[in-house]
Design a protein around this ligand. Structure first.
Ligand code: FAD
Length: 415
């Protein structure tokens, strides 16, 4: 059986794996990326938030992404069936940082990064699946991979970054899965030819259309003329719609006052896909000889589009720490990796949970939302969830509830 020896093995070539590989390659380490699929491949996760631009810039992947001319995303809009609307503009946020990002068909986005990495000379093996990993006591590993014809080979590595997304390779092999604290939801989504797209900004704005407290529609227009549409809601509610996935989604589109006309009768580019129970967590984010990044570690919920940004934040940090360690510096993985990543995850998970309690919707749709508060929340929605000078980061666990209560009292005329 063929055997290769590398410094770091990266499992998966999504945004997390690509950012990790880019950083490690630039550090002069011998790396290998193993990816189960051939690219381009479909994956959901199309609306980015500005914080991830810091990571693409830091590892040198920004120019290849800029060249793709993806739709620019400058904020996020929330609408509801009562005709209320709330616009967040990332240029009006509390924390300094990027004030724009992209809305991307992930097949093209992910391929742009792997093409670039291959041009740099990064060794990426597509259509190879990791099927087993053995660790020695000092953290060195031997990983078994299988190609599409069933041929197996091995890779010896000093470190593994598991960026396998929904594949969750190490959580499965090492029994690291843990229940998520986020309420369970389901989703149904597709891409459409956006032939009735209105002219100007209205046509290209990413929007969350709230049909009731726990059910919402995403609309993510792409620069290629297509648009991603999808519902998220309680599992039983989505299951109550009958028929084929296309029939279900067409029926659900009637729930949206704002978007029904635009997407009525347009062709779906593929039979809508359905997923449920997608929130995921792990018992530990690292161990001797490995780090988990991106969805392989934690996934909260599609609302607020944090997935890719956590994937790149964790990948960039894990790659930096591994590089330090392999160069002989000491690293405290508990404080420098786990505590840091979990701080951001916990801040964001408050916002996800408070979305589904309806508290954030009360704040967003309040006609006279305080501008200072809006800027602080906007920084969170842009992914700047490690800025402890922002009260909506530092006091996330109580401030959202308090402001929602005050908003409620104002509406009742008791404040
Ligand atoms: P991925 O992008 O999933 O990449 C992992 C790669 O690993 C894949 O290419 C896979 O083929 C490969 N792999 C898997 N198993 C193996 C194996 N055994 N061997 C080798 N390779 C393997 N996030 C956002 O930021 N914005 C959004 O708008 C958004 N919307 C979402 C909507 C829904 C309904 C859901 C469920 C999620 C959404 N997300 C969103 C989350 C987003 O999909 C993920 O957070 C993001 O793709 C994670 O990136 P990643 O690099 O960790 O994993």
């Amino acid at each position: 059986m063929q055997n290769e020896i590398v410094d770091v093995l990266v499992i998966g070539a999504g945004p997390s794996g690509s950012v990790a590989a880019a950083y490690l390659h630039k550090q002069g380490l011998k790396i290998k990326v193993v990816e189960k699929n051939s690219f381009p491949r479909f994956v959901i996760g199309e609306s980015l938030i500005p914080r991830c631009m810091d990571h693409f810039e830091a590892v040198g992947l920004l120019p290849c992404l800029e060249a793709e001319k993806f739709e620019i995303k400058r904020g996020a809009r929330f609408v509801n069936g009562k005709g209320e609307m709330c616009n967040f503009d990332f240029s009006e946020k509390y924390t300094d940082g990027w004030d724009w990002t992209w809305q991307v068909p992930r097949a093209d986005f992910d391929k742009a990064m792997t093409d670039e990495l291959q041009q740099w000379g990064v060794d990426i093996d597509f259509q190879k699946e990791v099927i087993a990993v053995d660790f020695t006591e000092d953290g060195a590993s031997t990983t078994t991979i299988k190609d599409v014809d069933g041929n197996e080979s091995t890779i010896q590595a000093k470190y593994i970054i598991d960026s396998s997304g929904w594949g969750r390779v190490l959580p499965r092999l090492l029994d690291l899965d843990a229940p998520s604290s986020i309420p369970k939801h389901a989703t149904i989504f597709t891409h459409v030819k956006d032939i009735k797209r209105p002219e100007g900004r209205e046509g290209t704005m990413i929007t969350f259309d709230v049909v009731d407290t726990e059910t919402w529609l995403w609309v993510i227009p792409f620069s290629n003329g297509d648009c991603s549409i999808g519902y998220v809601g309680p599992i039983d509610y989505l299951a109550s719609f009958e028929g084929t996935p296309t029939e279900k989604l067409r029926e659900m589109m009637k729930l949206s006052n704002y978007y029904f006309e635009r997407f009525d009768g347009v062709d779906y580019k593929f039979e809508p896909r359905q997923i449920k129970n997608f929130s995921a967590s792990v018992k530990q984010l690292y161990g001797k000889g490995y780090a988990l990044t991106g969805n392989s570690a934690e996934f909260l919920d599609p609302v607020f589009s944090s997935g890719v940004t956590f994937a790149t934040e964790s990948a960039h940090l894990a790659a930096q720490l591994i590089s330090k360690e392999l160069k002989g510096e000491s690293v405290n993985w508990e404080t420098q990796y786990k505590d840091y990543i979990m701080y951001g995850v916990n801040v964001f998970s408050t916002y996800v949970k408070e979305w589904y309690t309806g508290n954030l919707q009360k704040i967003f749709f309040h006609p006279t939302i305080n501008l200072g508060i809006k800027e602080q929340i906007c920084a969170v929605l842009a992914g700047y969830v490690w800025d402890k000078s922002n009260p909506f980061v530092k006091n996330h666990d109580r401030l959202v509830k308090t402001v929602a209560r005050v908003t409620e009292m104002e509406q009742e005329g008791t404040a």
